[in-house]
Design a protein around this ligand. Sequence first.
Ligand SMILES: Nc1ncnc2c1ncn2[C@@H]1O[C@H](COP(=O)(O)OP(=O)(O)O)[C@@H](O)[C@H]1O
Ligand SMILES: [Mg+2]
Length: 343
Amino acid sequence: MGPLIGEGGMARVMRGSLNGSPVAVKLLSSQFAARPSVRRRFLLSASVMSRLDHPSIVQVHQVIVQPGHLGVVLDLVLGPSLETVLRQERPGPVEVHVAERLMAPMISAVAHIHSKKLVHRDLKPENVLMSRGNGEPWPGRPRIIDFDLVQAPEGSTLVPTKAGMRMGTIPYMAPEQFGGAATVMPATDVYALCMMLWQVFAGRLPIRTFDPRSAEVTGIYNGSRPVPPLLSVAPHVPRALARVIDAGLSLDPDGRPLDAGVLLGLLGWVEAAQSTLAPTSQKTFVATVLPGVFEARRALPAPNDGSSDSQALRIRQTARTCTVLGGLLLAIGALLVFIGLGI
Ligand SMILES: Nc1ncnc2c1ncn2[C@@H]1O[C@H](COP(=O)(O)OP(=O)(O)O)[C@@H](O)[C@H]1O
Ligand SMILES: [Mg+2]
């Protein structure tokens, strides 16, 4: 095993090698590896990660299971985290075309996660690494890491966290997460993505303290000190874009774009996200992201029409209508097959 390249709450990440190629090895610290509940969650999040296939998501190559040890072998990402980029390389408000390069491929990766009915639950600049290993030009390709808090749908083997347990990171944590909801939804990740977008465009976060008992933090979550509208702190952002981001930060999940695919469509960043994909991944992208985007496009309000809340509401309604219509078509199809078979 090579040198230490990162350390988090429960794990250490080291440089290693697998079949002659450099990799990253994330090892659960020994005191946690001894706890069955932590082992179970670690293994399940590794198995969830291995079901994902997107160029902006770090891939799992192997799971290490030994008595007293537990780890995953991952793609080694060479490059700084998005947090470092925003702090050191691009401090202050970021231009729209740069923000698009920093964020669009990542939002498309979250759309892929949502297409598998998963919720990441810990999206934040520290958990996005900007890969610059293969001569990729600045800012590099964003790659999402750290699926420790991933939530799978009910009924799957990955059980939701207990109600009342607060999981996530302030201020990216959505209000329902802050409130300790047992289950979260894709719109929970949309909140985190929109907080990151707000931060990128404003050049700062809306709060200065992350103490969960502070008035700044509780004010954000109970609505008494809401996140300021993006245009008030970043006038260079096009109005339509700002409206989508503000809606994504609604306290009520129903007021936000339904999932990351819909968010990508509303931002108008589909082409930017797709152009960064290899031709093979473009097929997956079309299958998983575009349906959401088309729903979003259809639901887009006419310019100057309505509030962001009513806009997001319409997106949800369109999505529901599509689901109902799809179900109806399936039922008719099944009926025809039965009739055809003479049953
Ligand atoms: N695949 C990787 N390639 C390179 N560095 C990584 C990789 N995965 C994690 N790291 C580094 O290790 C740190 C901790 O990893 P992370 O998965 O976020 O652990 P934790 O769950 O403890 O936060 C990251 O912030 C990053 O610096
Ligand atoms: Mg982390």
